[in-house]
Design a binder for this molecule. Structure first.
Ligand SMILES: *Cc1c(COP(=O)(O)O)cnc(C)c1O
Length: 427
């Protein structure tokens, strides 16, 4: 039976004892005395990720150029091998996923490939709560086609500044829209969009649709293939713990295989043809066609070890714990922080919330600095958000309990007052 919530330290310890994923914690480098709640911005290093990175360095040391086909993790096939391992996490077949580029570059690649303005259909639909890099990329893509982003980038509006209503997005799917790009999970509030429904509605209107999965991949299960999503892209350094600047991922629905990549290079080739070095490209008949140039091997290697952990833990189990530990955090906030000016800006329903809690406070910037001084690592999101991500693989319930006590102390004792209410250069 599920134990009913109590705000006590003993209850936190009991939840840790019952946690079937708790043994994964010792696989990660957690700084002693520090509570890391920022795994949704940069996941922590695991021993297995470190191992596969060091093995790849060793392959270079041992094999030189022959490391492309020999050694622990042959470089020539690494992107495809990682695509296979990532596929179950996004609900795709192995050929539909490739590890390549960065989130923003992959967005450019996919928009260059799939945005084909024609007749009246010339606009791109996104939303006003999306992560800025997506907007900047879309604006530049429109400019490259000779369109004015002010008129051609349509942004679905939020009613309250936190959430999006699927109905509002669907209402914006007019016959002027050629392409839609939306997040799976909103980076501030953590709201999950109804990907299946949005995809169905877009397709009913003859519009292609793609998703930015940065805040969901590694934290919630997906069914990109079954939902018939056209394309998706995401980073591997947040919930997937692939390392700072790690190589990103993309998904292209198999029904689009054979489409020429908008931005081609020799790594777009069918692998058996690549070294024929012909004057025209024979693209891979998989998502591999959306690679461009030589892969960033040393920035991919940690992901090999990291994905082993996900395969062992199982994404369904990760989601179950993630829902539970985030709910636990919200329960503690409700009971322990009442009357202290904190508001939860994350949807309460399980089906609508991702892997982090968005806590709002008018002193958020100063509270975040104070948290760091107390060895709790959150991240601040302007104007007044404190993002807290208890991560299924390495955060304990006791960590969450301690973090909430510190959130309380900071406001009760007005500890935040000694800091300025401005953000740091990296927040
Ligand atoms: C983190 C994040 C990105 C980052 O893009 P990069 O190209 O890796 O810098 C993009 N989109 C969203 C929604 C993100 O959360």
């Amino acid at each position: 039976m599920e134990s009913t919530f109590l705000p006590t330290l003993d209850f936190a310890k009991q939840l840790d004892k019952e946690d079937t994923l708790s043994h994964f914690r010792e696989e990660f480098y957690l700084k002693p005395g520090t509570i890391y709640l920022d795994g949704n911005s940069l996941g922590l290093l695991s021993k297995r990720a470190e191992k596969t990175l060091l093995e790849s360095l060793d392959d270079w040391k041992q094999y030189g150029i022959d490391g492309w086909t020999m050694g622990n993790h042959p470089w020539f096939f690494m992107a495809e091998e990682l695509g296979k391992k990532l596929a179950p996490l996004v609900g795709a077949s192995p050929e539909e996923v490739i590890v390549t580029g960065s989130t923003t570059v992959n967005l450019h690649q996919l928009v260059t490939t799939f945005y084909k303005p024609e007749g009246n259909r010339t606009k791109i639909l996104a939303d006003e709560l999306t992560f800025p890099t997506d907007l900047y990329a879309l604006q530049s893509q429109l400019r490259n086609h000779g369109y004015n982003p002010d008129t051609h980038l349509v942004l679905a509006k939020s009613r309250d500044g936190r959430f999006l209503e699927e109905d509002d997005i669907i209402a914006a799917m007019t016959d002027e829209i050629a392409l839609i790009v939306l997040p799976t999970v909103l980076y501030r509030s953590g709201q999950i969009l109804d990907i299946k429904r949005l995809t169905e509605e877009a397709h009913k209107r003859g519009i292609l649709i793609g998703f930015d999965g940065c805040h969901s991949v590694g934290s919630i299960p997906h069914s990109f293939s079954d939902w018939d999503v056209d394309f998706a892209f995401w980073c591997n350094y947040k919930h997937l713990n692939g390392g700072p600047g790690g190589v990103a991922g993309l998904f292209v629905n198999r029904k689009h295989f054979g489409k020429l990549p908008g931005m081609a290079g020799w790594f777009s080739s069918r692998k058996d043809k690549q070294f024929d070095l012909e004057l025209t490209l024979t693209p891979a008949e998989t998502a591999g066609a959306f690679q461009i140039g030589t892969p960033h091997v040393l920035s991919m290697a940690p992901l090999i070890g990291s994905l082993e952990i996900f395969a062992e833990a199982g994404i369904e189990n990760i989601r179950t714990k993630s829902l539970k530990i985030n709910q636990y955090l919200m329960d503690l906030i409700d009971t322990e922080l009442a009357g202290l000016g904190y508001t939860i800006g994350t949807p309460r329903e399980d089906a609508r919330r991702g892997g982090h809690v968005y806590l709002e406070h008018k002193e958020a910037a100063r509270i975040c600095k104070s948290l760091k001084e107390n060895a709790v690592i959150p991240d601040f999101r302007a104007p007044q958000g404190i993002r807290l991500a208890p991560v299924a693989l390495y955060t304990s319930y006791e960590d969450v309990w301690n973090a909430v006590q510190i959130l309380k102390k900071i406001v009760v004792e007005k500890q935040y007052e000694k800091f300025e209410n401005t953000r740091e250069i990296v927040a």
